[in-house]
Design a protein around this ligand. Structure first.
Ligand code: GLY
Length: 378
């Protein structure tokens, strides 16, 4: 008679993830991965040097390097970092995602190795992000398309630590001051009273006045795109950790309470938008981004219910995970945007979901290195 297996502990899961990523590395053949289809990363996302996901695999490699500090993971992470430096030859295409990419490559490299070249690369990334600051609106510009000079997207909260890191590293508060001004603008205009968030707020770039709420990656401008909820929750928790400003903690908690209430209502399986009609579009990456932020909030506020919620989110998706080392990609069920319109990014196995799964496992097993949530001192 078959006996029921106990669920895998976070330690078991971490072992399987390390084994799987090690096998994947050997199959990448120089490619920077994005979506795994039928168990294989095929396309090379790195051919578009500015694409926002290009740092996620390197970020996982640096996390693994913190567990096993030998050349195994480091050499490939550096190769990705070097390759992605070509983005500076496409300057007009670089947007605020320079933060996503730089934190996971050069900043992580420098934090773990103290390599002087990585430090220079990381400071270059921070300088480019700071150069996007608009003093009239007190935000940094997110996207580059014409007519979007005043658009701020909630994802930008994940980039603030590049600025905080730069200020700390060179002992100059100007980068941190930009991060604080941007976070205050997001706090005032992007988080609703119920804890849901706008994906996009359009400001008049000349005056900073709110000009509208364009349709973003969620169901509708007034809905609650779940990955954006995750970015806000985690982003404000990190802004609080960096500054000690309780206004950011209050924002993180407001978004966290909304997320937990919605997750309960959805049996802890996260759709692409909480406020959409019944949909088949899921977002397991949103679950994991939120779980990672909730673990930080639990730690920062000594509040066990945030940790309980984070564990529930992980447990709910455990039966879906692919731990087979012969196949690429671990976490299925991530949707690029609610209105997919043929992009082929609905319910896919996308590299950033794996990244946040690894990060959550490292936090649950007591490992201290994380790519995003910088400690106050290193
Ligand atoms: N651009 C970040 C995201 O799609 O979540």
């Amino acid at each position: 008679m078959a006996t029921q297996q106990p669920p895998l502990t976070p330690e078991d899961q971490l072992d399987r993830v390390v084994a799987k990523l090690t096998a994947e590395m050997g199959r990448l053949d120089g490619k920077i991965p994005y979506i795994a289809t039928e168990g294989r990363y095929v396309a090379d996302a790195g051919t578009d040097a500015v694409w926002w996901t290009n740092g996620f695999f390197a970020g996982m490699l640096w996390a693994l390097d913190s567990l096993h500090p030998d050349d195994r993971f480091r050499a490939l992470a550096r190769a990705h970092e070097e390759r992605l430096m070509t983005r500076y030859q496409h300057f007009s295409a670089i947007d605020h995602d320079v933060g996503f990419v730089t934190l996971q490559t050069a900043v992580s490299d420098y934090r773990l190795t103290r390599d002087p070249q990585a430090r220079e690369r990381a400071l270059l990334g921070a300088t480019v992000l700071a150069g996007r600051y608009n003093p009239a609106g007190q935000f940094f510009r997110c996207w580059n398309q014409p007519g979007r000079a005043g658009w701020v997207i909630i994802d930008s909260m994940m980039n603030l630590n590049l600025l905080f890191w730069a200020s700390r590293t060179i002992g100059d508060p100007r980068f941190a001051n930009i991060a604080i001004a941007h976070a205050d603008t997001v706090m005032r205009h992007q988080v609703r009273a119920d804890g849901s968030v706008y994906h996009i707020v359009a400001f008049d770039p000349a005056t900073g006045a709110v000009a509208g709420h364009p349709q973003g990656q969620g169901f509708a401008p007034e809905s609650a795109w779940t990955r954006g909820q995750g970015w806000a929750l985690y982003g404000f928790a990190m802004a609080y950790a960096q500054t000690g400003f309780v206004r950011y903690l209050a924002m993180a908690q407001r978004v966290a309470d909304y997320f937990i209430g919605q997750a309960e209502a959805h049996q802890w399986l996260i759709p692409a938008d909480f406020a959409a009609p019944a949909t088949t579009a899921r977002d397991n990456s949103a679950a994991l981004i939120a779980a990672s932020g909730l673990l930080d909030l639990a730690h920062l506020t000594n509040t066990p219910r945030y940790k309980v919620a984070a564990r529930r989110l992980v447990t709910a998706l455990l039966p879906q995970l692919d731990f087979d080392p012969a196949r690429d990609g671990i976490v299925p069920g991530t949707t690029g945007q609610y209105h997919d319109e043929g992009r082929g990014e609905e319910n896919q196995t996308i590299v950033y979901a794996d990244h946040f799964y690894l990060e959550v496992l490292m936090k649950l097993t007591g490992h201290t290195f994380t790519v995003w949530a910088l400690p106050p001192k290193e």
